[in-house]
Design a protein around this ligand. Sequence first.
Ligand SMILES: Cc1ncc(COP(=O)(O)O)c(C=O)c1O
Length: 378
Amino acid sequence: MTGISTKLIHGDDSLNRVPDVVSPINVTTTFRYDSNPDNLAAVVDLPGGVYPDDQLVYSRLAHPNGLKLEEIFTEILGAPSVVYSSGLAAFYGLITHFNPKQVAIGPCYHGVKKIVDIHTRNFGLKQLSYSEEDLDKLQPGDLIHIETPVNPQGTSKDIRYFAEKAHAKGAILSVDSTFAPVPLQDPFKFGADVVMHSATKYFGGHSDLLAGVLAVKTQEIKTQLTVDRIYLGTNIANLEAFLLLRSLRSYDLRIKKQSDNVLKVVTFLNENKHKYKVLKEIYHSSLQQEPFVKEQLPNGYGPVFALTLDSKETAKYFPSRLKYFHHATSLGGLESLVEWRAMTDPYVEQTLIRVSIGGEDAQDLIDDLDQAFLSFEK
Ligand SMILES: Cc1ncc(COP(=O)(O)O)c(C=O)c1O
């Protein structure tokens, strides 16, 4: 079987249109129709009313690098995949297509929660919690949405547990796997029906593009999502598709390094926690004891973790004491970031610092964090 690195580098070879080793940037929004009138058909006469992938018409429908991305994602995620203009656009596509009457949702990326709130406001979508009592209220066609590892703590939830709860009621389970993409975690193995990613993060990896992806169980659902995407206007943009394709070539190398780094950093902090008066808690999947965590993350932990500090004031100043961590939102890039999370997330404790580990040398990151903690004791 072909390995993930090979799939990332060659999964789209069958769609090469020119001899260039690096696929060109196609900035065109529109494509010439076939010059032979015998090959033209009215759109209503096409099967399903949609153009086949090899017939390019308009870039909101499809474009060469977007199609290449979908070939690769389908290979590495192990299921038919649809690419979007952002992670939130992917979630919007998901909720529009499945159109549940009830959604069980808990802690997750605040933007995902806001989309659910919009649907509650506009269409009366009912929101349930993850309590046993609420999960019992699920009906066929409803949705459980979980994020694991969860933003901003980087701790894991048991996918199998939620899959069983959903399926027992005829509902479906979507998993936002952004914080631990393949090969770290494969939610389908534990019963997920839809896997979502903000590809802006690790797949993009260079902090220079926005993208999202949904992987689904059947080709039929993929086709329906693709048709919805045309009219929602949420296809990935041409330039972003080029950038993401470039990024995927090195993704496997990056994620492994970032995952190795985070384990070294979190292990060090956990072992030396007593040294730092301002450090209260450390949150990360690697510190969880439940057996499902190792099973779900067999190839390494997600590179985000979180800390709580002794006060809101310390949390506000902490990022300015670091040399190698930029103080910025987001994650997944080669540059390590920290964020006083209260800057963007209305749902978190104001003492929380989210840390996104990049591709630097782990020892430099450890030394930097060490001196930043100790600087509060001077
Ligand atoms: C877990 C998670 N899901 C979804 C999103 C949204 O992705 P995007 O910013 O690409 O829309 C984010 C963004 O930070 C995220 O962290």
